[in-house]
Design a protein around this ligand. Structure first.
Ligand code: BDR
Ligand code: CA
Length: 318
């Protein structure tokens, strides 16, 4: 079977970092490009982090472009409490500049457009941060829509939030962008907290990364150790949820995530609920479904995929 062409838009971010490894390390995907957005940290930091992770994984040939440095409306509020000052606090991520993919001299939206236009097969867009770049792409280049196979994003929840009581970080950061994407009419898959909170980097998972005996495995272990501390401090979670790689797994092995076709709206004006995803899971309104929403995750299969990719990349990178 031919590898599926994908573009990953991200804001690394500890879980984005692992997601990049899964996207680059599984042969069922062809990673056409990586674009970055401001979210977990400022754009300069998320871009540097994406380049560092790709270099560490030995996949420097992939084009990288920086996108929007703030949400469509309102100010950027970064998640330094979760991801640290650098956006990837924890490990030593020093990599020689020469080994890093260079940053394209076009905006992320232009790189996405060019990659989609140049791909013989329809492209899957996987968004792991605020949906600012993706919304801008759809609005400024409506012609890409016919060349997109699907948009899969990590964000929202069928339940409660993690940034406000009802809002998840990626959607709360740019609700207008999420609204544009969810109302685009394109095939959309939403991977929300209700499933990503099952993908926990337990001490056993961290030990498995460490036990790989590669620098990449050690970096993953250190990233997850920092992430665990942040989740303990901020949420009292015993283990941290590794959100973003679940969106990659849903693309490369769809049965890993069970979805339901339901209506999803973004709350844009709620007094206490701006940025909440309003998911009509039980179809209580007459609204037509606009997204496939993740409702169940095969946790073991998910971790096997991620471990296989990191082991392979780590062995090849030395
Ligand atoms: C999402 O927000 C970010 O902190 C993570 O990288 C993930 O994309 C989880 O709410
Ligand atoms: Ca992210």
């Amino acid at each position: 079977m031919e590898a599926l062409p994908v573009i990953v838009d991200c804001d690394p971010g500890h879980d984005d970092a692992l997601a990049l490894l899964l996207a680059a390390g599984d042969p069922r995907l062809r990673l056409l490009g990586v674009t970055t957005v401001a979210g977990n940290q400022t754009l300069d930091k998320t871009t540097r982090n994406a380049r560092r992770m790709l270099a560490l994984a030995g996949v420097a040939g992939i084009p990288v472009a920086a996108g929007c440095d703030r949400p469509l409306v309102g100010d950027l509020i970064v998640a330094g409490d979760i991801h640290g000052e650098s956006g990837l606090d924890g490990p030593d991520l020093d990599v020689p500049l020469a080994g890093m993919p260079r940053v394209a001299d076009v905006h992320a939206v232009e790189l996405m457009r060019d990659l989609v236009a140049g791909s013989p097969d329809p492209v899957t867009l996987i968004a792991l941060g605020p949906l600012t770049n993706v919304a801008l792409l759809l609005r400024t280049h409506p012609d890409v829509s016919s060349r997109l196979r699907r948009i899969v994003f990590m964000g929202g929840s069928t339940e409660r939030g993690n940034t406000t009581p009802y809002g998840e970080f990626n959607i709360v950061t740019d609700p207008e962008a999420a609204d544009v994407v969810l109302r685009s009419g394109l095939p959309i898959t939403m991977i929300g907290l209700n499933v990503t909170h099952q993908a926990l980097a337990t001490p056993g998972i961290i030990a498995e990364f460490q036990g790989m005996g590669t620098r990449l495995g050690a970096v993953c272990a250190e990233l997850m150790t920092f992430f665990a501390g942040a989740y303990r401090r901020n949420f009292g979670f015993p283990d941290p949820p590794v959100h973003d790689p679940v969106a990659i797994a849903a693309v490369l092995d769809p049965p890993i995530v069970r979805t339901a076709a339901v209506p999803v709206a973004v709350e844009l004006t709620g007094t206490h609920t701006r940025g909440a995803t309003v998911v009509d899971l039980h179809r209580r309104t007459a609204t037509a479904p606009n997204a496939d929403v993740a409702v169940a995750l095969d946790v073991d299969a998910f971790w096997r995929l991620l471990m296989t990719a990191v082991r392979k990349l780590g062995a090849a990178a030395g």
